[in-house]
Design a protein around this ligand. Structure first.
Ligand SMILES: *Cc1c(COP(=O)(O)O)cnc(C)c1O
Length: 426
């Protein structure tokens, strides 16, 4: 079985790429002209309404109220409106938001989550005394596989006896691709555990028309610099649970309910007024930016259509992804190059890439003690096959097509690129 078996029909015998390698020129790694001699970064951060951000920062500085002020409240209201959810609690980071949410939900037992995510998903559980239990993702969408999550929850309940409700289920809307929220809700419901989404990538995503932010027990967004809407640093917890929101407001303030008689060990995880000012400047036009990113991803997909062994993660029809990242999924045998080899080829073209998410969390040193290294063969294979290429909100379609053309050129010269000696694995 390959990572493609569930996904795309194999290309017809003798099928050729829809677009021949442009100009027949050679890849830079083989001595050709680089596609981007000036270099192409993975992302370019911009706050669309920077004038408004500066006005608000000036106002905060003049008032002297740099924390616990009106701008954080204004940001919380704006996001509540945007995602259509009752309660939004702004925090210092998504990581802190995940930590405080899991703490409030009493997740001190097994916390089932995808290994194919950013490390902070697991760190949050570990910090509150939970035990990460990694589950597989679906090959097509790269989001958590509800059936595997259910099996691992049941296993964990057998071994840890979690009838005390100390477990939890976490899922990540990877790259902004909405998870199968209906199935995950059913899985969490029948296991009797809360469901927390790592929605770091997904401010502006929609599942069957409904905004991400309203699913599960809580969802946690990030406004850190590589995300689609940035505050410099920052996170946002959204929930319909008034009691949870109340606890989180206390938790982000050291656990102090206001009388200095702390209820539990909280954090200083407040978002500052200065960060809220920047975050407010990042919200205008978000739906349009998300739509543009989707159009760029479509333009890329169209350009590489028909190339064997190359696909993009599937976003279900009717869903909207933020495309926080434009990640390619490669079948090295069919494409001719592994993710690592393509990365080396693109580096020579001036194109910055990352391997989001490689190594997967269960392979990272921080979690070696859990003994789950060999328990996720599908995740291992998929993590080996991903490569993230540049995408940002104000990128032109011509740029994304030039990236695609560089990929096509490397594919067309795959045998020579392999012979040039980039190791396939690692
Ligand atoms: C960036 C990211 C986080 C962490 O967000 P911070 O705001 O930087 O703490 C968590 N999960 C995922 C999937 C991320 O990409």
């Amino acid at each position: 079985m390959t990572v493609f078996d569930h996904v795309t029909p194999p290309p017809a015998r003798g099928a050729r790429p829809a677009h021949p390698a442009p100009g027949g020129s050679r890849p830079a790694v083989l001595g050709g002209e680089p596609a981007f001699p000036e270099g192409l970064p993975l992302t370019v951060v911009r706050v669309p309404d920077s004038d408004a951000a500066l006005r608000r920062i000036r106002g905060a500085l003049d008032s002297g109220q740099l924390t616990n002020g009106p701008l954080v409240a204004e940001l919380e209201e704006a996001v509540a409106e945007l995602v259509g959810v009752e309660h939004v609690v702004a925090v210092a980071s998504c990581t802190a938001g995940l930590m405080l949410t899991l703490q409030a939900l009493g997740a001190r037992g097994p916390v089932v989550m995808p290994s194919f995510s950013f490390s902070a998903t697991a760190h949050a559980a570990a910090w509150v005394g939970g035990r990460p239990v990694f589950a597989e993702i679906e090959p097509a969408s790269l989001t958590l596989d509800p059936a595997d999550a259910a099996a691992r929850l049941a296993d964990a309940a057998d071994t840890d006896g979690t009838a005390d409700g100390s477990g939890a289920l976490m899922a990540t809307h990877v790259y902004g691709t909405p998870c199968r929220v209906e199935e995950l809700e059913a899985v969490a419901g029948s296991a009797g555990v809360p469901l927390v989404y790592d929605a770091a990538h997904a401010l502006g995503s929609r599942r069957a028309g409904r905004p991400v932010g309203g699913f599960g027990t809580a969802e946690v967004f990030s406004m850190s610099p590589t995300k689609v809407a940035v505050a410099g640093e920052g996170g946002l917890v959204t929930t319909r649970d008034a009691e949870l929101a109340r606890t989180l407001r206390i938790a982000r303030n050291y656990g102090n309910p206001g009388d200095y008689d702390c209820l539990f060990p909280g954090l200083n995880a407040r978002m500052s007024e200065l960060h809220a000012a920047v975050g407010l400047g990042a919200l205008p036009g978000l739906p349009e930016r998300v739509a543009h990113r989707g159009a760029l991803a479509d333009a890329f997909a169209e350009r590489v259509a028909g190339v064997p062994g190359l696909r993009l993660p599937r976003v279900a029809p009717g869903d909207v992804s933020t495309h926080k990242d434009l990640t390619l999924v490669l079948d090295a045998d069919a494409f001719g190059l592994s993710a690592r080899q393509l990365a080396a080829g693109l580096r020579a073209e001036g194109v910055d890439t990352r391997r989001y998410f490689h190594p997967p969390v269960h392979r990272q040193r921080a979690y070696a003690h859990l003994g789950q290294a060999d328990g996720l063969p599908l995740t291992d294979r998929l993590a080996d096959s991903v490569l993230t290429v540049p995408l940002w909100s104000q990128m032109h379609a011509g740029t994304v097509r030039r990236i695609a053309d560089a990929v096509l050129r490397l594919h067309a010269h795959a045998a020579e690129v392999r012979a040039a000696g980039v190791p396939a694995a690692g």
